[in-house]
Write a protein that binds this ligand. Structure first.
Ligand SMILES: *Cc1c(COP(=O)(O)O)cnc(C)c1O
Length: 398
């Protein structure tokens, strides 16, 4: 979108992908269910057959609900067009599948989402695509691009390590070498990071997280710039990827409140992170919006906000103490995923790395700050941390 007076992102969240005039005046785009789409004559059937795909006039290729969500996400991300997928992982894997063929090479950030790594190590490897991991913090100059490198896959910040990478610098060297840049932009959501302005070619959202926002849907969206769009679209259609209409509807509904939810997640997350950073049982807090984060300057430069997801490295690695800590938490659920309204604490331990060692000693937890009262969340977490009796953790001297 290039209009001189582009709407404010909050206005876009409310208006994008909505056309009440086309749905009998109803505010929300309705749920269209279906496989068969009827036409009224031979002539209109012939006219409906798309040049590139004569079978595209069919429910698998989407409905007005699909198009509404795709156009909303594409506008909010600032991309050309978007494609929905049945899960965030599916959006990651198909973005890659659209770009590579046997014999190609892919560079992947070492802090990538675990299942994306598993896909690269199994499916891409089996296809004859070589995958190499790089340290996201090492800088663009150290990227080992090859003549056959087709894609550089980024996740910034990583959803376990919270390391950031220099997206525009990496995009410059990748493009100079003829490779495209894919970014998993789920942490920031399009609201807090505009990927295409930074040189990204395909941006992926695990819509399951903040776009949906209520932990009740699995869905992914990938958005491409104009040049990469045909590759992304083919990579989806040829595999038969589609998404259910109720899930699409819920994602559209979630987008309307993304702004208010995300700002609250941000505020509460920072309050929690700051309270935890002062606690003697905590070795480090990994939160890009805190000045103590090693890449805080990149966050300040590229992001306009922070979500509610961050990491916490405990001094203790004693699993009996850690189990007692989890038992005494009252407001934090233990579980995977994030981006819903509820707070979560996830035992991680040590993330998987291949480019280099994980830099922190201590036990890693991942915290999702939900929409509960921030003071009560802090109290709950600080009370649970008392299980790490001061005598058993090396207390720093004042
Ligand atoms: C959850 C997640 C995904 C995958 O999304 P699903 O909808 O669960 O498949 C991808 N990337 C990141 C960073 C995630 O956190």
């Amino acid at each position: 979108m290039n209009d001189a007076h582009a709407p404010h992102p909050d206005t876009l969240l409310v208006h994008a992908g909505r056309d009440p005039a086309a749905s009998a005046g109803f505010v929300n785009t309705p749920v269209y269910r279906g496989s068969t789409i009827l036409v009224d004559s031979f002539e209109s059937w012939e006219a409906a057959r798309a040049a590139g795909n004569p079978y595209a006039h069919y429910g698998r290729f989407g409905s007005p609900t699909t198009r509404a969500l795709e156009s909303a996400v594409a506008r909010i991300e600032g991309g050309y067009r978007a494609q929905v997928f049945p899960s965030g992982l599916s959006a990651c894997t198909h973005a890659l599948l659209g770009l590579v063929r046997s014999g190609d090479h892919v560079l992947m950030t070492d802090n990538v989402y675990g299942p994306t790594r598993a896909f690269a190590d199994s499916v891409l490897a089996r296809m004859g695509v070589a995958v190499e991991y790089f340290d996201p913090t090492a800088g663009a100059a150290s990227l080992r691009l090859q003549a056959r490198t087709r894609a550089v896959f980024l996740e910034s910040p990583g959803s376990l390590s919270f390391e950031l990478c220099d997206i525009p610098a990496i995009a410059r060297v990748a493009h100079a070498a003829g490779a495209r840049v894919v970014l998993d932009n789920s942490w920031a959501s399009p609201l807090f990071l505009q990927p295409f302005a930074l040189g990204v070619d395909i941006s992926v959202q695990a819509a399951t997280k903040y776009l949906v926002g209520h932990s009740d849907v699995l869905l992914g969206v990938a958005t491409a710039n104009e040049e990469s769009w045909p590759l992304l679209a083919a990579g989806a259609h040829d595999f038969g990827e589609t998404a259910g209409p109720d899930d699409l509807y819920l994602a559209l509904r979630g987008i309307r409140t993304l702004g208010v939810r995300l700002r609250q997640h941000w505020r509460t997350g920072v309050q929690l992170a700051q309270a935890l950073e002062r606690h003697p049982a905590v070795l480090r807090v990994l939160h890009p919006a805190l000045p103590s984060h090693p890449q805080h300057a990149l966050w300040q430069r590229d992001f306009s906000g922070a979500s509610g997801l961050f990491g916490l490295v405990l001094r203790s690695e004693d699993t009996t103490q850690i189990a007692a800590f989890f038992r005494s938490l009252r407001l934090f659920g233990i579980g995977l995923s994030w981006g819903g309204y509820e707070s979560l604490a996830l035992p991680v331990g040590r993330p998987v790395r291949s480019a280099g060692p994980w830099p922190h000693r201590g036990y890693l937890l991942r915290i999702h700050a939900g929409l509960e009262d921030a003071d009560e969340l802090c109290e709950d977490m600080l009370r649970a941390l008392q299980v790490f009796a001061p005598a058993r953790i090396a207390m720093p001297q004042p």
